[in-house]
Design a protein around this ligand. Structure first.
Ligand code: FES
Length: 119
């Protein structure tokens, strides 16, 4: 396990997102609620656009800004086309005044999306 503090607790308000680099991959950290944050790969599995520029929904899903694919942020599963492959999700917690992500603990079996075109 390799938990890393990626943000101070007060750095992200509910509904805020930020991108951090972990293991050479762009990871999107989303503060869903006061007591819950999630971490997902920031790359849409449709055409590799950055998900942190997308739109958070009330059902804890995120809509890609490029072509409106929708991903469940807890499971990584696409719930709206055109994406058909899931995005990787990672262990994430709020503790001791910080938001923590363990990049080595992927919580689903999604493949790492190939290198984004935007970086
Ligand atoms: S790149 Fe995300 S829906 Fe097309």
């Amino acid at each position: 396990m390799a938990w890393e503090a990626v943000a101070d607790d007060d750095q992200l308000d509910e509904g805020d997102m930020m991108v951090v680099q972990m293991g050479g991959q762009p990871i999107c950290v989303v503060r869903l609620y006061e007591d819950e944050a999630v971490a997902v790969h920031n790359t849409c599995t449709h055409q590799q656009q950055p998900l942190n520029e997308g739109y958070l929904q009330e059902d804890d899903s995120l809509i890609c800004p490029a072509h409106n694919s929708r991903f469940d942020l807890h499971t990584g599963i696409p719930t709206g086309v055109p994406a058909v492959d899931p995005i990787p999700t990672y262990a994430c917690k709020i503790e001791d005044g910080a938001i923590w992500v363990d990049f080595e603990q992927q919580t689903n079996d999604a493949a790492i999306p190939h290198k984004p075109y935007y970086t």
